[in-house]
Design a protein around this ligand. Structure first.
Ligand SMILES: [Zn+2]
Length: 487
């Protein structure tokens, strides 16, 4: 496939978006490397020290004459969130919330010094550039995006152009553990919400090429406009404890739990074809009959089963994006090898589509268990521990149009496809609490396919091409221009 990159620094946009392209490229790389080296590993224990990378961004912004403010919960003084703005009034357009924490990397042997990471070609905390790619934890999730957004923001400031509205840059802590100290905090705190809210925002997880059915890259790029919700369900099984030497004198709750695990795993909730799934399938450029099969609810489960058997990467994604999924992921209660457990709890991770309520989830958990288990109130109880609904921003907005125009200027012929994510990002807080139009959006070089991106997310050899860093900076800069500067 011929790829023609537009050169937005030498056409009509010169002097506006990126007044100093060489410096912009250098800054993006050095910000990314500094944040990788800061190693803000989020173990979910509240102890991650993201303020180190927030300080890197603060120094960069302030060195370019921008004012910043940082906020953290008083009990979390090393977990800051930072905000800077250009212009005033509405609309409020945010580059971010962009998280600076990363998921941990597990060494081969935790006791070994220095640690060995045999799945990596380069040290995951080095930011080494090899063959045009930057290696390190966070290189695609999402320090690349944080760096590109910061540089686009500074470039727009340096251009001196007048913006219609307020452009914000916001970087946050704690996305990888749910955002309690990050996006959720800044949008829930009454003293901060008015500072950090936005009408439009753009954050992580978008911009990779959707491959065709032969897995070749195309010029269709996914952007996430929706994400599934999460309901944590606990199924508690009760029996009667006893000594492991006389098992028939007891009533083993673990055996009941095992049956629950098997039934939940085997259950398939009803198929729902969303507009996002239809659009995604269309972008795969499949032969007509296969496209039809993948969007026909009665046959889809069977089609997905066949695709799973032949190892097609569409199958697991298709399964997740066309129904409520339920995954039994943790079991608590059985702790001693000579004690028959009297109580066991199975934690079921349920992921909902837009419109599926907590009651819908509980109803399907009961169906999965069957009436013999679910109705046996002496031995089984089912309850939801938390419910975060699915969220969606429609793609019919001025921001989407600005993104489309920017993408096709950076890569000739690029088109954007709205996609739903099976997992969650900080978008859910901005769509939910903030009421914003929020997309996970970016533009990467087409050789980085959807499959490559998902493999690198939280995976080994996480890395990003220098070319992709540059397409991101251009994309965000032009997107702001298209949205906030009168023609
Ligand atoms: Zn992320």
């Amino acid at each position: 496939m011929e790829i023609e990159y537009g050169d937005i620094t030498s056409d009509e946009a010169v002097g506006f978006c990126l007044p100093d392209p060489t410096k912009a490229r250098e800054d993006t790389l050095s910000l990314l490397q500094a944040m990788i080296r800061n190693r803000c590993e989020n173990f979910g224990d509240g102890l991650c020290k993201e303020s180190r990378s927030i300080k890197v961004l603060q120094d960069y912004l302030e060195a370019h004459g921008l004012q910043t403010e940082r906020h953290a919960k008083p009990e979390r003084p090393e977990r800051h969130n930072i905000l800077s703005s250009i212009g005033s009034g509405s609309p409020r357009v945010m580059l971010g919330p962009a998280h600076v924490d990363v998921v941990p990397v597990t060494p081969d042997d935790a006791s070994q010094v220095p640690p060995v990471y045999s799945g990596w070609d380069e040290d995951p905390w080095s930011g080494t550039v090899t063959d045009g790619e930057v290696f390190g934890r966070g290189a695609v999730d999402m320090l690349n995006t944080v760096a590109a957004m910061a540089v686009a923001f500074v470039s727009i400031k340096e251009s001196g152009v007048a913006l219609n509205g307020t452009l914000l840059f916001c970087a946050v802590s704690d996305e990888e553990a749910g955002g309690e100290d990050g996006a959720k905090f800044i949008l829930s705190d009454p003293g901060l919400k008015h500072l950090f809210n936005a009408d439009y925002c753009v954050t992580e997880l978008g911009g990779a090429s959707i491959p065709d059915f032969r897995l070749r890259p195309t010029l269709s790029f996914f952007q996430s406009t929706a994400e599934k919700g999460t309901t944590k369900v606990e199924v508690k099984l009760r029996g009667r404890p006893g000594h492991g030497s006389v098992p028939r004198a007891a009533d083993n709750a673990l055996v009941r739990a095992a049956e629950v695990v098997m039934r939940v795993h085997a259950y398939s909730a009803p198929t729902v074809i969303t507009p996002e799934w239809k659009g995604f399938v269309k972008a795969l450029q499949l032969p007509g009959p296969i496209e039809w099969l993948l969007t026909f609810p009665p046959l889809l489960p069977l089609v997905l089963m066949v695709l799973l058997k032949i190892g097609s990467p569409i199958a697991p994604v298709g399964h997740a994006l066309t129904r409520l999924t339920m995954s039994p992921n943790a079991l608590v209660g059985a702790v001693k090898d000579n004690v028959v457990p009297g109580v066991c709890t199975v934690a079921v991770d349920c992921r909902t589509l837009p419109g599926q309520s907590e009651e819908y989830v509980l109803d399907h958990v009961r169906k999965a268990l069957g009436s013999d288990i679910a109705s046996d109130v002496d031995h089984c109880s089912i309850g939801a521990q938390s419910h975060i609904p699915a969220s969606r921003s429609e793609p019919d907005t001025p921001l989407w149009k600005a993104m489309e125009k920017a993408a096709s200027a950076v890569i000739k012929g690029a088109s954007l496809v709205p996609v739903m994510l099976p997992g969650g990002t900080d978008c859910r807080y901005y769509r939910g609490i903030g009421g914003a139009v929020a997309y996970g959006a970016n533009l990467l070089e087409p050789s980085m396919t959807f499959g490559d991106l998902t493999k690198r997310f939280h995976g080994e050899n996480e890395r990003i091409g220098l070319r992709s860093l540059w397409t991101s900076v251009q994309f965000y800069s032009l997107m702001v221009k298209n949205l906030m500067v009168a023609e």
